[in-house]
Design a protein around this ligand. Sequence first.
Ligand SMILES: Nc1ncnc2c1ncn2[C@@H]1O[C@H](COP(=O)(O)OP(=O)(O)O)[C@@H](O)[C@H]1O
Ligand SMILES: [Mg+2]
Length: 362
Amino acid sequence: MTSRVQRPPAEERFAEELARLAEEDTGPRPPGWRLTLTSARTFVMGDVELGIAPKYVGNASLVERSLVTLATTRGLMLVGEPGTAKSLLSELIAAAVSGDSTLTIQGGAATTEDQIRYSWNYALLVAEGPSTRSMVPAPMMRGMAEGRVVRFEEVTRCPLEVQDTLLSLLSERVLAVPELSGDDAMVYAREGFNVIATANTRDRGVNEMSAALKRRFNFETVHPIADFDTEVELVRTESAALLRASGVAAEQDPAVSELLVTLFRDLRTGFTANGSPVERLSSVMSTAEAVSLAHATGIRGWFLRGDAGTVTDLAESLAGTATKDNSEDAARLRRYVEKVGSQRTSAAWQELRRAHARLTGP
Ligand SMILES: Nc1ncnc2c1ncn2[C@@H]1O[C@H](COP(=O)(O)OP(=O)(O)O)[C@@H](O)[C@H]1O
Ligand SMILES: [Mg+2]
């Protein structure tokens, strides 16, 4: 028996939708695109009447502006707090525009030029010398040659000189390979090539982005979901899908996700819904973290007892999410649960108070 892939890329998960949109789509397409701009927007935002699932929850005009940018000669830079769906959005857009979201460079302190441009198969290089055969193209070279969108994740985590590799690629739209000669020495970008970069605002100061690079991108800020009910709904559907994939055959009590989202929003913004101030945590209280916590809650319930997780399970998992890298956060969280829980009478809040008191001691 072969096991399933944990998370296939968007173009596989939604292959049927993409094929249908491409077929029904008769308007003008930007050069090199698989879909029209409006169909790409529909793919990302969803359309109930057309049977296209909603995927990114947020501002349709942000998605529109992002797509317009990609049809120009400037790159697209998605910035925002961690867990606001920047990576998801870049994956969905790349799948819609190019039919491929896998040309991805993961930025980090150890990212090198080789991982952006090309490297060599050393056995072939030694045996035959430099040739297109001995060359191993990296995502940027492939994206240029194939006319596809390239994703550059967490670009500001790369050293500045590595970021600068992008400069000439984005402005000249050509990649020079000095080791080769003739036609092979220049890889010209084809229609459809562009770059979607993402950067976390929390990483500011790790490596600032160079001014020259900034000029080659249009920036879009991705915000956390503004509306409470919308966020609860997203956490519910996303965690339900994850739980099904994990083999959990029970429905989670809706009170769990509602409490979870309330708690995350209060601690993210520093205010409760009725405006009374609470201490913010230094940990990231993102929607993405809320989804994974609802998932963990269900896993605990199902594999320990056979239900879909309770508020007590949530409390057990909460410490590892909300108080990750700061011991002060544990105390803040406890004070929050005490303060807010004493004002809220629902069974879920009372259970959280009891569970939390037990977890963190007297
Ligand atoms: N606005 C949103 N729309 C859809 N999913 C969201 C949204 N905000 C958060 N999520 C959740 O977060 C996950 C994606 O987070 P990710 O793209 O990794 O964030 P980032 O790259 O900004 O850190 C999604 O799979 C989804 O569960
Ligand atoms: Mg990301």
